[in-house]
Design a protein around this ligand. Structure first.
Ligand code: UT7
Length: 334
């Protein structure tokens, strides 16, 4: 019997501290006008010292489980997309598993930078479609504020912290995830990266730190082209035309990238969800945060065809089309 994977619950966590563009004007040679006109960002959230990728992911996961009416002990697998976890190992997924009080099921992290959440969701989908698992938690959580050089105006203004999560459940009814497109081009590895703590000493000498480095214009061009192309492929795989997408939820890096890609796909503004203005680029957390806000805002109705697409470090990309609904059970906070 064919198994379908549908999103049964969603949640998000944003740190309380808001840092507006104007707050950065005082300490950097930048302006609210420059940041907003180039990126669409007005403010971002910054994690408190005690907050980490696992603590924020845990909070988002609890919300998603409560929404789905799923007890942590019912989970068969936990996948976390992150590249800013507090430990190189164990996986952030293991920390979240323990925090939830889940069974000793499989738990692993996915590192595909800003494409990570859609990669993780694709993996969760495969475990369900194969019949191996029925209930999978997929989390995206990032603390990029700790990967940034706060004296580098070209990068630090772009990112923020946060987490989002979904519960994927097996269903015998057709629906849920209908296509997955994954891609990576390692020849672009130098365009966007963070040196690792295990980098060769020669690499460490070159960079001298562990801050994010980016070739902005190169990544911009790659992103505009790839968001549209990967979405087209995901729509084709799902048997629909790009213009038949009801809601487009792209990675939230830059409002200009999003509107250029939407235009290339023939999607009107009403079909595009953006919240980059309030959170900046939260990497692997951006799509599940946006998805949960879109659902809560009533932007998703049963039967809607939703396209998710992430692009980023790798250079990597991941896109999928899913059919929304049937809706999650009524909210049931524990
Ligand atoms: O998930 C993927 C992650 N990354 C991205 O999505 C980033 C993709 N790239 C971008 O979004 C854009 O390339 C940026 C927003 C990063 C930059 O926009 P741009 O229009 O490509 O600007 P630019 O890099 O060509 O820089 C233009 C000017 C430069 O000054 P000069 O050389 O023309 O005098 C920069 O020094 O803007 C300057 N600049 C700034 N000025 C004020 C760079 N950052 C800032 C800043 N405030 N924060």
């Amino acid at each position: 019997m064919e198994r379908f994977a549908r999103i049964a619950g969603w949640g998000r966590y944003l740190p309380a501290q808001v840092v507006a563009n104007r707050d950065l004007e005082g300490r950097l040679d930048t302006s609210d006008e420059w940041i907003f006109s180039r990126t669409g960002i007005r403010e971002r959230r910054i994690a408190a010292p005690e907050e980490t990728a696992s603590s924020m992911g845990l909070a988002a996961a609890r919300g998603a489980l409560a929404m789905a009416g799923v007890h942590p002990q019912e989970l068969d697998l936990i996948i976390v997309a992150t590249c800013s976890a507090e430990r190189v190992f164990p996986a952030c997924a293991s920390l979240i598993q323990h925090g939830l009080g889940a069974r000793t099921v499989g738990a692993f992290d996915v590192n595909a930078a800003c494409s990570g959440f859609v990669y993780a969701l694709s993996a969760g989908h495969q475990f369900i479609a194969s019949g191996l698992h029925r209930t999978v938690l997929v989390v995206g959580s990032e603390v990029f504020s700790r990967l940034l050089d706060w004296d580098d105006r070209a990068t630090c203004v772009l990112f923020g912290d946060g987490a989002g999560a979904v519960v994927l459940q097996a269903s015998e009814e057709p629906g849920g995830i209908r296509s997955c497109v994954l891609g990576s081009d390692g020849s672009g590895a130098d365009a966007l990266y963070v040196p690792g703590i295990c980098a060769s000493p020669l690499e460490a000498q070159r960079n001298g730190h562990h801050f994010l480095a980016m070739n902005g214009p190169q990544v911009f061009k790659f992103a505009v082209r790839t968001v549209a192309e990967a979405t087209r492929q995901a729509a084709w795989q799902a048997g629909i035309l790009p213009e038949e997408i009801d809601l487009f939820i792209p990675h939230q890096a830059n409002a200009r990238i999003i509107s250029a890609a939407a235009e290339a796909l023939g999607l009107s503004q009403e079909k595009v969800f953006t919240n980059v203005e309030r959170y900046g680029n939260t990497s692997a957390a951006s799509i599940p945060i946006a998805l949960s806000e879109a659902a809560e805002a009533g932007r998703l109705r049963d039967g809607d065809r939703v396209a998710l697409v992430g692009v980023g470090g790798g250079l990597s990309w991941a896109a999928m089309v899913l059919e929304w609904g049937p809706g999650a059970p009524s909210y049931n906070p524990e």
